[in-house]
Design a protein around this ligand. Sequence first.
Ligand SMILES: C=C1C[C@]23C[C@@]1(O)CC[C@H]2[C@@]12CCC[C@@](C)(C(=O)O1)[C@H]2[C@@H]3C(=O)O
Ligand SMILES: O=C(O)CCC(=O)C(=O)O
Ligand SMILES: [Fe+2]
Length: 374
Amino acid sequence: MTTTTIPKLTDIYKTHPLDIPTNKLNLDSLQQLPDTYDWIQPDAFPSFRDPNISLSDSVPLIDLSLPNAPHLIGNALKTWGVFQVINHGVPISLLNSMESFTNTLFDLPSPHKLKAARTPDGVTGYGLPRISTFFPKRMWSEGFTIVGSPLEHFQKLWPNEYSKYCDITEEYSREMKSLCGRVIWLALGELGITREDVNWAEANGDFKTSNAVIQLNSYPVCPDPDRAMGLGAHTDTSLLTILYQNNTRGLQVLREGNRWVMVEPVTGALVVQVGDLLHILTNGLYPSSAHQAVVNQNRKRISIAYFFGPSESAEISPLNKLVTPTQPLLYPTVTWTEYLRKKAQLFNNTLSSIRLSAPLTGALDINDHNQVKV
Ligand SMILES: C=C1C[C@]23C[C@@]1(O)CC[C@H]2[C@@]12CCC[C@@](C)(C(=O)O1)[C@H]2[C@@H]3C(=O)O
Ligand SMILES: O=C(O)CCC(=O)C(=O)O
Ligand SMILES: [Fe+2]
């Protein structure tokens, strides 16, 4: 009998190490923008320096406690792939604790943060954004990635106080997981999908064996924000991403492939974004939205992304009910780890590289606009 080993989420980059060293990552001390940070926007995306950044459009803001919230979610995901949510049930005090702990982490002196540096072939720990290798210039940000328990890294950062930070992270993960489950079922329900249609979501649809990654992002004050980029344009690989941003603007989403729309911070709101796996699962009906994060001269910005995905063994393919004569099968079956590995090579071209046929309906496949010209 042959046994196939399913790769773990934490092993995905063993074959694709990140070859940019983290040890020079100290943006706080820079008074002038070094040439290595003078951002070149990929041809496939509109300029981020454009003063005409769309002011007329705004990302939908949905009150989850309203009876028509499911309908609003369905519409927002079809047309934008992203929305902001309020009355989501996650305690505001927990969001505040998570924000303050994230600030505490990034405020540590650089050599101290490097004690928990991510290894070149690893996923967790402190370092540059993984996508750095796909851009010719560096991004004005630093990050910390958590998969499962952060205990080992937190013990290195805070030998005496690690347990309180582990507790906050654990509670945050629990709340985010439950919100993701709630939003996914509402979103799928709007497409006529029931729990029985999604066999890998477990018998009662509670995603017991799901996986998640928490990404803490910090964008220090930048001496020349019109020339620098915090996090380059990308889509997330998750099913769903829930993002908390502090009260500082920076997140922009790509609208109709031709303009950036700022996601204005709203106190207590969370940003919900479709990831590539939900795009595949819904056969392109809910598009994963390209986004980027810009920086500013006066305020330090932080964001906390919770990437929600299936278990390592779950096979994700377009749901049968969403494959019709007018919307033929667009994608093959993938697992999250297979897809992440592909993305580590092909980045923004991953989704189009696996696509089986062109979409026939008017459904917006935003990744057509996202393709990086190579
Ligand atoms: C599971 C993951 C999603 C992510 C890559 C990663 O392996 C761990 C970090 C995630 C992150 C955070 C910053 C932006 C992003 C594109 C990146 O470079 O690392 C995402 C990745 C993703 O969604 O593909
Ligand atoms: O900082 C932000 O607003 C965006 C972060 C993000 O896109 C990510 O972590 O994937
Ligand atoms: Fe993202």
